[in-house]
Design a binder for this molecule. Sequence first.
Ligand code: PLP
Length: 358
Amino acid sequence: MIYKHSDYMHWAKTQQRARFNLATSGVGPFPLAGLPVDWSRLEINGDNAYGYAPLKEAIARKSGVTTDSVVTAAGTSFANYLAMATIVSPGDDVLIEHPAYALLVDAAQYIGAAVKRFARREENGYALDPAEVRRALTPKTRLIVIANLHNPSSVLAGQAELAEVADLADSVGARLLADEVYLDAVYDETPPSAFHLGRNVVVTSSLTKVYGVSGLRCGWILAQPDLARAMWRLNDLFAAGAVHPGELLSVTAFEHLDILRDRARRVLERDRALLGPFLDSHSAVSAARTRFGTTAFLRLHQGKVDEFLGRLRARHETSAVPGRFFEMPNHMRIGMGVNHEMFAEGMRRLGLALEETP
Ligand SMILES: Cc1ncc(COP(=O)(O)O)c(C=O)c1O
C-alpha cells in the first residue's frame, strides 16, 4: 500500500489556525521590509541548473563543508524527500525515531520503504538512545532518521550519541539522516552539524523554522559529493531549476542571518520564560523541559486530548497540535517564538481549559 498523502500536513494547512495559535513549530515571519535588499540585484532568470553558486557557497560556509556537498531544495520538506528517495529503494528498511515529525514517516512510506521505529522514550526525556537504535537495527536497514532538535519535544541529541548512531548505521552499511531544521535554535554554543560525524551522515535543513523566512523555501541537503551528485540527478526528474528570485533573496538572507536569528530569539526567550512556570503550576500536564527549541510536547494526564483540544478551540479560540500526529494520542504539541502576546494569552487560555470540567 503506497501512501500518497500526509494527514498531518493536510491538518496543518487547513485546521491549525486559531486566534491564539499554539500549533506552530517555527518562529514568526520575518518581514521583507526588515531585510536590506538591493533591489537592483534582483533578477528573474539565472544560472542555477545544479544550484545557484552564491547560494550553495553561503550554505557551504555556514555548514563548514565544500559546495560539492550541498544540494539545494525547496525547504527541508523537499530536502528530506530527495535525500530519502536517493538513498532508499522500495522494500529497504528505514528506521525512524518515535515519536517523529509525521512527514519523515509519510515520505519514507511513499517511497515504499519498510518503516521500522526506535523509541525516544518519554520517561527518558526523549533522549536519543543508541541502545534503542541497536535493538531495532536490521541487516536490511538502509537509513536511520532523526530530527535534531527532536520534533515534537525539542530535545537536543548529544554529539556522542549521534556519533554512536552514525557508527551503528555504518555497521550495516546504512546512512544516518539528521534533520537539523531546528538546530540553530540552540542560540548559545550551537552544536556543529552532525554531517561532520561520519561519511555516512546526511543532513537536511532550511531557513524556515528558526529564521522566519519560510516563504523563501530555502532548504538544503549536505551529503558526500558522490551522493550529492546522485541527488541532483534525481532532482532532474522534478525540477529544471529553483525559483531564481527566491535564490537571490535567500543569498541576501544569508548575508543577514544574525538579524533574522536574533529577532526570533527575543520572542522565543520571552515565550520560554512563561513555559516553565506554566508547567510548574499545572499538574494536569507534564513535559520534558528543554532549554532550546520552538516546541514543547505536553502529556495530558486525564481525559482525551482530541476532546480537550476541541474544547480549547471552541471555548477559548486556541489551537495546539494533537499528539495523534506523532502517534502519541495522550499528548499535544505547543509552539513558541511567533508573537509573545499571542503566546501568553494562548497559554492563559490553555490553563483555563485545563482547570474547567468538560
Ligand atoms: C523536523 C522537521 N523537518 C522539516 C520540516 C519542514 O521544514 P520546511 O518548512 O523547511 O520545509 C518541519 C516542519 O515542521 C519539521 O518539523
